[in-house]
Ligand binder design. Structure first.
Ligand code: AMP
Length: 419
C-alpha cells in the first residue's frame, strides 16, 4: 500500500519548529493585547458566498485559488482563503457593534489558497491579523500601521519599508477605472489574456498583475492619487501627518493596489529584504474596507486592518528568534520498587510546576541516564533504594556528571531555579 502523505502545498509543522512559531505568535498576542485587541476564532469553512461578496468575484483568490465545494447536503462552501471576511461576518452575525461600537479583533489561523506551491507560498498557510472596526478617522489608520510596524520590530526584523497609498472612496473608483481603461486601450495587445479580460471587469487588477509585459505596460498608468475626492485626500494627508508625528517612516506608493477588492481609502504594505523570498518581500498587508460590513449585510461601518503570513515571516527571522525552552529534569528510579518511586516523585514534581521526564519501564541506571541525555535533561534525580530509606534522592548534574545526596524536602527549593 502507498504510504499516505500530506496534500501538495500543505505541510506538517513539526515539534522542533514550534519554538519559533510560539515566539512569533506570543510576540503578536502580547503586542496586540497592549493595544486592546481581543482574539476572535471563526470556522475554517464558510459559505462560499461570503468570499464571493467579500473579496470580490474578479480576484485571483476567488476566481482561481479558492477551495470551493459542495458538501453532501448540497451546501456551497469554501475553505477560508483569508481572515477578514470571516471576522466581519462574525461581527455582523453576533451584533457585536451593538454592544461595542468600536471593536478590535485579532485572529491567528490556517488559510487555504490553491496557488502554485513555491518557497513561502503554500496551499495551507497561517495568517494572523487585526481588525479595528467602527472608526472613520485617520487616527485608526495610524494606529493600525504603527502596531504592524512595532510587531515587525519586536521580531527583530530590520530594514523594512512601509508603503502607503489611498484608493479613494466610492466616487474615486469609477473615475479611476475609466482613466485606466482609457490608458490601456491603446496597448491591449501588450497585456496578458487575463489582464485583457480584467480590463473589462476590474481594471484595477491590471496594476496588480505580475506578468512582465503587464508590469511594463502599467508603468506609465495614471495614479489613483490624482482622482481622490477632497475628503479622501484630506484623510490621506492627515494619516501622513500622524505617521510623521509618530516617527513612523513610510513611502507613498501611488501604483500600489492590493489583491482584494474590498479595500477603500488607505492601503499599506510592510516590505522587508529577504534572501529566501527574493529581494523584496511583502511581510504585512492591510488597509481600509469601509464598505465591507455593509456589503456583507451589516450597517455602514468603517473598518481597517492588516494580515501577515506566518510562514513567510518565519523565513525572515534570525536563528536567535525563538521562545526559551524550559529545561527538562529527569527522574530515574533504581532498585526494588524503583519504577513506582520514580513515577510517584515525577507526579509530585510535575504538580509543583516542574518539567519532568520519567521512565515508563524498569531500567538500569546506565540506560536511564542515557535516556535523560536524549531528552536533553539538565538534572537527573535518582530515586534509589538506599537513599529512599534515608528520605533522600541523588541529585546529578547532567552536564558535568557531579552528584550529591539531597533530602527530598529540599527538592522544591533546588528545582525553583530550573522552572
Ligand atoms: P493577502 O491576504 O493576499 O493580502 O496576503 C497577506 C499575507 O499572507 C502575504 O503578505 C503573505 O505573507 C501571506 N500569504 C498570502 N498567500 C500565501 C500563500 N499562498 N502561502 C503563504 N503565505 C501567503
Amino acid at each position: 500500500m502507498n504510504s499516505l502523505r500530506t496534500v501538495k502545498g500543505m505541510h506538517d509543522i513539526l515539534p522542533k519548529e514550534m519554538p519559533k512559531w510560539h515566539f512569533l505568535e506570543e510576540t503578536f498576542r502580547e503586542l496586540v493585547d497592549r493595544f486592546g485587541y481581543q482574539e476572535i476564532r471563526t470556522p475554517a469553512v464558510e459559505p462560499l458566498e461570503l468570499f464571493v461578496r467579500g473579496i470580490g468575484e474578479v480576484t485571483d483568490i476567488v476566481e482561481k485559488e479558492m477551495y470551493a465545494f459542495e458538501d453532501k447536503g448540497g451546501a456551497r462552501l469554501a475553505l477560508r482563503p483569508e481572515g477578514t471576511a470571516s471576522a466581519i461576518r462574525s461581527y455582523i452575525q453576533h451584533n457585536i457593534g451593538g454592544q461595542q461600537p468600536i471593536s478590535k479583533f485579532y485572529y491567528v489561523g490556517p488559510m487555504f489558497r490553491r496557488e502554485r506551491p513555491a518557497k513561502g507560498r503554500y496551499r495551507q498557510f497561517y495568517q494572523a491579523g487585526a481588525e479595528l472596526i467602527g472608526v472613520e478617522e485617520p487616527t485608526a489608520d495610524a494606529e493600525i500601521i504603527d502596531m504592524a510596524v512595532q510587531f515587525v520590530e519586536a521580531l527583530g526584523i530590520e530594514n523594512v519599508r512601509v508603503q502607503i497609498n489611498s484608493l479613494g472612496d466610492q466616487e474615486t473608483r469609477p473615475l479611476f477605472r475609466d482613466a485606466l481603461v482609457e490608458y490601456f486601450a491603446g496597448d491591449l495587445d501588450k497585456l496578458c489574456p487575463d489582464c485583457r479580460r480584467r480590463l473589462q471587469t476590474n481594471p484595477l487588477r491590471v496594476l496588480d498583475c505580475k506578468v512582465r509585459d503587464c508590469v511594463e505596460t502599467a508603468a506609465g498608468a495614471p495614479s489613483v492619487l490624482d482622482y481622490l475626492t477632497g475628503e479622501a485626500a484630506g484623510h490621506f494627508n492627515e494619516l501622513k501627518r500622524l505617521l510623521d508625528e509618530n516617527g513612523t517612516p513610510y513611502q507613498v506608493a501611488p501604483k500600489m493596489v492590493r489583491g482584494l477588492d474590498y479595500y477603500t481609502r488607505t492601503i499599506f504594505e510592510i516590505q522587508g529584504e529577504s534572501d529566501t523570498l527574493g529581494s523584496q518581500a511583502t511581510i504585512v498587508g492591510g488597509g481600509r474596507y469601509d464598505n465591507l460590513v455593509k456589503d456583507l449585510g451589516g450597517k455602514q461601518t468603517p473598518t481597517i486592518g492588516f494580515a501577515f503570513g506566518i510562514e513567510r515571516l518565519l523565513l525572515m527571522l534570525g536563528p536567535g528568534a525563538s521562545v526559551a525552552v524550559r529545561p527538562t529534569i529527569y527522574v530515574a528510579g533504581i532498585g526494588d520498587g524503583g519504577l513506582d518511586r520514580a513515577i510517584t516523585l515525577a507526579r509530585t514534581l510535575r504538580k509543583a510546576g516542574n518539567k519532568i521526564e520519567v521512565s515508563y519501564r524498569e531500567g538500569s541506571l546506565r540506560s536511564q541516564l542515557k535516556r535523560a541525555d536524549r531528552y536533553g535533561a539538565i538534572i537527573a534525580i535518582i530515586a534509589g533504594e538506599d537513599e529512599a530509606a534515608r528520605g533522600n534522592v541523588t541529585w546529578r548534574n547532567m552536564k558535568d556528571g557531579s552528584q550529591e545526596e539531597v533530602s527530598l524536602s529540599d527538592l522544591d527549593e533546588r528545582l525553583e531555579a530550573h522552572k
